[in-house]
Design a protein around this ligand. Structure first.
Ligand SMILES: [Ca+2]
Length: 325
């Protein structure tokens, strides 16, 4: 190979490498906010590189015996410790954008257009409609997400599910417990148990709130707002846990896998099982409408979760994954 040809090949290889690098850098997903706001200096702004391939970031919660419960309410008593294996948890609540990607991957045929909040059964094949249409109160239905609810943010257009740009980074709402559980399984994880959720929020020190023991303020948590007024995930970085998990307090309540049964928590006593009927599943963390510090505590477990088979405008979720280290 002569020197000139060698130089040309070297230059071409360099250009190719630069192009690949540029392409990798240019495709952060809508909810990978840590990557798109790189100027943030806090620990929460540094994504864990081993999870970038998922299109979002997670935080490792180490194994240990974590303090669970409090003396503030009979529902939260007794205070006890629960031994947990290490796991990884979504840094952010699952967003509308992430849930839209999931829905578009299900192979559902959609015909016709419908704005978010106005999706009707007639855009689906009859066998698919029950997955997305909640129906009236008291009707038998088992949707993944209640797209016919006026508060849903996801519509259908050109044969696909979509979310308007301004809502893409907000937490998804109107997802039923089953819709959250199935998403988590497809993502390679599962819903946290309420003990795992509480351990992620309170740490081994048993913090009252994700950030510590100081009372909630609008700078730390999305709360005290009008119904439906969620904010993009990760908007309140000063309310993150020391490890950088965002919005555990506020924005939307979060489904856990656990049935709402008395403490002490015991994962082997049936509360992680599948009873007949729709027994209440625990939601955690408080939501954007709550206004009291009491309800925003990370041990609070009397939240808005009476009907796991229905969508709720105040409830979303996040996923946990096996620890890969
Ligand atoms: Ca939350």
């Amino acid at each position: 190979m002569n020197r000139r040809r060698s130089l040309i090949l070297t230059a071409a290889a360099g250009l190719l490498a630069a192009a690949v690098l540029a392409a990798l850098v240019a495709i952060p997903t809508a909810d990978d906010r840590s990557a798109t706001t790189a100027a943030q200096p806090s620990p929460a702004a540094r994504p864990d590189s081993d999870d970038r391939r998922r299109g979002h970031t997670t935080v490792r919660i180490p194994a240990g015996r974590y303090p669970i419960g409090s003396t503030a309410s009979p529902d939260e008593s007794p205070v006890h410790r629960v031994a947990l294996r290490a796991f990884r948890i979504d840094r952010h609540e699952v967003t509308n954008a992430r849930y839209v990607r999931y829905l578009n991957g299900l192979g559902i045929r959609v015909a016709g257009d419908a704005e978010p909040g106005a999706v009707a059964a007639d855009v689906f094949r009859s066998r698919d409609a029950p997955l997305f249409i909640e129906g009236d109160e008291g009707e038998e239905s088992d949707p993944l997400i209640a797209l016919d609810d006026e508060h849903a943010r996801i519509g259908v257009r050109d044969g696909r599910f979509y979310v308007a740009h301004e809502w893409a980074d907000h937490p998804v709402t109107e997802v039923t417990w089953e819709g959250a559980r199935r998403y988590a399984a497809r993502a390679g994880g599962r819903l946290p148990t309420e003990a795992e959720w509480e351990a992620a929020a309170r740490g081994r020190a048993g913090r009252t709130y994700p950030w510590g023991d100081d009372r909630p303020t609008p700078a730390r948590a999305v709360f005290g707002r009008d119904s439906g007024q969620t904010l993009p995930v990760g908007s309140r970085r000063s309310g993150a846990t020391p490890q950088g998990v965002n919005d555990l307090a506020g924005n939307v309540d979060e489904w856990t896998s656990s049935l709402h049964r008395p403490y002490p928590y015991d994962r082997a006593d049936g509360r992680e099982g599948w009873p007949r009927g729709s027994e209440e599943r625990v939601t955690r963390g408080g939501n954007h409408v709550y206004s009291s510090a009491h309800e925003m505590r990370s041990a609070y477990r009397a939240g808005f979760s009476r009907e796991p088979d229905r969508g709720h405008r105040h409830i979303g979720f996040r996923v946990i994954y096996p620890d890969t280290r």
